[in-house]
Design a protein around this ligand. Structure first.
Ligand code: 5GP
Length: 315
């Protein structure tokens, strides 16, 4: 059973520190903190911590723990939702005595003494639910707080149960999660309401996107535009799905200018895009990935590669 080693490791260790990726999304935080809540609820004497930068747009989900380096001595470290080591938020993850990776991205960077990678899982939150289920005989228990976090992660990474990664299992787990006591409408409101300035930037994106004959859609959010709308590059990431409803669209890309780099956020309805992201030191899933580039010329080159992928997919 794939979870056995992880269940045993959790039971054997008194101190457990859980990491996740930089710029966390609801699944990164949902799986990370959901796992913490499950362990704390199931084994109250254990010391469990979550580390990483607090994400201002997701503080309604949970906040992080501030721990010293000494806590890592003899700790089990678990990393959720992070394919590549450099993307782990807080590089102290190496300081524990045992390292576990739990992820659903393609396993390009193999790390950890134990790793469970399931690219068929809609989300790592779904995987954490499975871990809880498999650990029931060993005393694993779920509570309302953990259920809310895992539900948020599943909803986030499945695009509200719309993405192709959503399976029968996803719905089954979600159905069980909603039997716990948390305010679902309030959670949806937190996840999907935006500040008025972001809503105005949304208007700009919908007005200014470029749709190429291949079905590729691009939008450039320069520093000037972001300043005009008083939106930070990180906050603008909330807009990435708004182009998905354009008829005929095959893939879309947001180029978001930051201080001295350009953040690329890629989405697709068919053409494989993570290989293109990997050409620029990025990565992710076949239909949702990202990268960081350093010039608008690189953005144009990337656009050309994406266009070729979209054209090839048409044939
Ligand atoms: P997002 O656009 O939501 O930040 O990222 C979409 C997916 O691509 C996520 O699964 C994320 O982990 C992955 N991703 C985003 N940026 C990078 C990157 O720079 N490198 C790698 N390896 N994955 C990334």
């Amino acid at each position: 059973m794939k979870w056995k080693q992880i269940i045993d490791a959790i039971k054997e260790n008194d101190t457990i520190i859980i990491h996740r990726h930089v710029r966390p999304d609801p699944d990164a935080i949902g799986s990370q903190v959901g796992l913490k809540e499950i362990i704390k609820h199931s084994f109250p004497s254990k010391h469990v911590y979550v580390v990483g930068e607090d994400e201002p747009t997701l503080t309604f989900l949970a906040s992080m723990d501030d721990i010293g380096d000494n806590v890592y001595e003899n700790a089990l470290v678990i990393v959720c939702d992070t394919a590549n080591r450099p993307r782990i938020d807080d590089q102290r993850y190496t300081m524990g005595r045992q390292l576990i990776k739990i992820d659903h991205h393609p396993n390009v960077d193999v790390y950890g003494d134990v790793s469970v990678v399931d690219t068929t899982a809609s989300s790592v939150s779904e995987m954490i639910f499975e871990l809880y289920e498999q650990g029931r005989e060993d005393g694993f228990r779920l509570n309302d707080t953990a259920a809310r976090l895992l539900y948020a992660g599943i909803v986030g990474d499945t695009g509200r149960f719309m993405f192709p990664s959503t399976t029968k299992k996803t719905f089954q787990y979600a159905a069980e999660l909603v039997t716990y006591d948390f305010d679902r409408p309030a959670l949806y409101a937190e996840l999907y309401s935006v500040e008025d300035n972001i809503s105005r930037l949304q208007g700009y994106v919908l007005q200014e996107f470029e749709l190429l004959p291949s079905g590729l859609c691009t939008i450039k959010l320069t520093k000037g535009i972001l300043e005009k709308f008083h939106v930070s590059p990180d906050e603008s990431s909330q807009l990435v799905n708004i182009l998905s409803t354009i008829k005929g669209i095959k893939a879309w890309v947001f180029f978001i200018e930051e201080e001295d780099q350009i953040r690329v956020r890629l989405r697709s309805k068919g053409p494989v895009i993570n290989e293109i992201a990997a050409n620029y030191n990025g990565g992710g899933h076949p239909l949702a990935s990202g990268a960081t580039i350093y010039s608008w010329e690189e953005a144009d080159n990337m656009t050309n590669e994406l266009e070729s992928a979209c054209l090839a997919h048409m044939r």
